[in-house]
Write a protein that binds this ligand. Structure first.
Ligand SMILES: Nc1nc2c(ncn2[C@@H]2O[C@H](COP(=O)(O)OP(=O)(O)OP(=O)(O)O)[C@@H](O)[C@H]2O)c(=O)[nH]1
Length: 579
């Protein structure tokens, strides 16, 4: 199987988290949409509000103008009806009936300060409260006009009546607007003039009632200006204008419309003409105005509310974006953790049962299958590894045993189990090397060569197997007679050798040889009886180039022992050694 070298997985560089990116994108998107939609709706709404404020100001001006026009027309009709009343068109103008009629009218309409009738030359004949009776009104505008037609006159300060009437509660001078109509008899001849003075306060209170109806705190007020552009109402502006102040704005198109500055303050302004429905051709204009600052307050309030709402919505959207991002990223993070656990714990973890989305479910299933396959492959590999290891151990043991057997075969003699000649040669070489290295302390190794005396006869007399048995018993005896550090070997045929390492001198070697000789001579060999051995002894010499001279010397010594009569030990020293 080829060795799979896997590239190490590169560590990813530090990236922003999926959750962070999702939050940023979703939150940013939500905020952008909110900003666009909010901005658009805000601008539409503020435009609408501004238009509504303009409409409210215009409606105020128109309402006040219509109310005034209708009320003036009613009073005008009242005077006209009075002028055709039977007790005025016929009968004496100074009768109590006339006065009664005038006072009834006054009681009905308390805005009338004075009602009276005058002769065609201006002498007052009868009047409410008897005021001005007998006085002349011939020079008064209302009288002059009233002789000809139905008249509604401009506002003016009371002259003759000023002292007769109670003062105005607000301290303003008593002002009137005048109504007059000619009194004619059945033939259409002028019998006199009926006139009435209505309080100016009645007019202003009508305007005030309209402005009062507006939203509290709206700051809408109204002005009345006459044909010549003089302010009639309110009183403070009128006085300021009389004193030469520039109380009215400069008009570009002659109309009080739009944003105009009154005395340094900007107002949203609209005007309505007092419609001349009957003979009232006063030419007044009713101007409604609202401080721009107050007109724009709802717009500002709306903007502030929109901003607050926007911030709140942005907060909620951001929260929603965070939650959504968390909902999307959590299963992914969970799967990543599971993958890490598969790697670290090497077991199948629990996968989420509800991954949250179809794609995530697919990913989860794919990861499960991958993890299962990986873990199962790994387990198989582990099993195979374990089997392989056991096999390797077994094979190693077998190999070691075979090696040992081989070693035994190579180094041991099959009949006796002793070292064979090859092994002895190796040990002799080793002993020589050791002597060379550590020989300074005088210790040397020696060699015994042991040969059974007349072994041929044993074979001949008792048979070859009995000879083998003698050889095996001899091997056992040799092993028992020498030190464990000595090496006993079968040298060949019926000849044995003993390597004696670390000898203090030749005597020690001879003693070992004698011990062997004596032991063999004393031993009884089954079937064969007694036998003897001859021994040649030699000690290694520093002059020996290898083991061969040592063996030659031992062999020579053995030969001498045989020749000397057998059952003997002969030492053969090296040529340079002392015998
Ligand atoms: N039974 C048996 N005999 C062996 C073995 N190896 C050698 N021999 C015999 O040992 C005998 C050795 O005889 P010789 O060399 O003539 O020496 P010997 O009879 O011992 O006489 P001396 O050594 O002179 O005392 C031969 O007859 C060999 O056949 C063996 O493994 N088993």
């Amino acid at each position: 199987m080829p060795d799979l070298q896997l590239e190490p997985i590169p560590r990813p560089r530090r990236l922003p988290s999926l959750r962070g990116q999702l939050s940023l994108v979703l939150g940013g998107l939500a905020l952008a949409i909110l900003g666009l939609v909010g901005g658009y709706l805000g601008s539409v709404a503020t435009d609408e509000l501004y238009t509504a404020q303009v409409a409210a100001v215009r409606a105020t001006a128109q309402s006040a103008a219509e109310l005034l026009a209708s009320q003036l027309r009613d009073r005008e009709r009242e005077i006209e009806l009075l002028s055709v009343a039977p007790h005025l068109t016929a009968g004496a103008l100074d009768s109590a009936l006339v006065r009664d009629a005038l006072e009834r009218r006054q009681a009905l309409h308390d805005e009338f300060a004075w009602l009276g009738v005058a002769t065609p030359d201006g002498a007052v004949q009868q009047a409410s409260g008897g005021m001005l009776v007998g006085r002349s009104v011939a020079q008064r505008e209302w009288f002059i006009a009233g002789r000809e037609r139905i008249y509604v006159g401009d506002v003016h300060e009371a002259k003759l009546l000023a002292t007769m009437l109670p003062a105005q509660p607000n301290g303003e001078p008593t002002r009137f607007i005048d109504f007059a109509a000619p009194i004619r008899d059945a033939e259409g001849r002028l019998r006199g003039v009926v006139g009435a003075h209505a309080h100016w306060r009645w007019v202003t209170s009508m305007v005030e009632s309209v402005t009062r109806r507006q939203q509290p705190g709206s700051g809408i007020d109204a002005l009345i200006i006459d044909r010549q552009g003089r302010v009639l109402y309110p009183e403070a502006m009128k006085l300021a204008q009389v004193n030469g102040e520039d109380v009215l704005p400069k008009l570009a198109n002659g109309r009080f419309e739009g944003e105009l500055a009154f005395g340094g303050k900007t107002y949203l302004t609209s005007e309505a003409p007092l419609q001349a429905r009957t003979n009232a051709e006063l030419g007044w204009r009713i101007i409604a105005r609202q401080p721009l600052e107050q007109a724009l307050r709802p717009v500002r309030d709306l903007k502030r509310e929109l901003v607050l709402l926007g911030v709140l919505a942005a907060g909620l959207l951001t929260l929603a974006a965070l939650l959504l991002a968390r909902r999307i990223s959590r299963p992914v993070e969970q799967l990543a953790r599971i993958a890490e656990r598969v790697e670290s714990e090497r077991r199948m973890p629990d996968f989420p049962s509800e991954p949250g989305a179809q794609e995530l479910a697919k990913l989860s299933t794919a990861m499960q299958s991958m993890a299962r396959s990986l873990l199962s492959t790994e387990r198989e590999l582990q099993r195979a590894n374990a089997t392989l290891e056991a096999q390797v151990q077994q094979r190693t043991a077998e190999l070691q045993a075979a090696n040992a057997a081989l070693e035994h075969l190579a180094t041991r003699d099959p009949l006796t189990g002793l070292h064979n000649r090859r092994s002895l040669d190796a040990r002799l070489a080793e002993a020589q090397a050791l002597d060379r290295r550590y020989g300074q302390n005088g210790r040397v190794h020696g060699l015994l060569l042991i040969d059974v005396d007349h072994f041929k006869r044993i074979n001949d007399q008792f048979g070859h197997p009995a000879g083998d048995a003698v050889l095996r018993q001899l091997a056992t005896m040799l092993l028992a007679s020498v030190r464990v550090t000595d090496v006993v070997a079968r040298f060949g045929g019926e000849e044995f050798a003993v390597l004696l390492p670390g000898l203090a001198g030749p005597l020690e070697a001879v003693m070992a040889a004698e011990k062997v000789r004596g032991a063999v001579a004393a031993a009884v060999f089954p079937e064969v009886g007694h036998i003897t051995v001859s021994l040649g002894v030699s000690l290694a010499s520093p002059d020996d180039v290898d083991a061969h001279p040592l063996i030659t010397r031992a062999d020579a010594a053995l030969y001498e022992a045989k020749r000397g009569g057998r059952n003997a030990v002969v030492l053969k020293a090296a040529d340079n050694a002392a015998a």
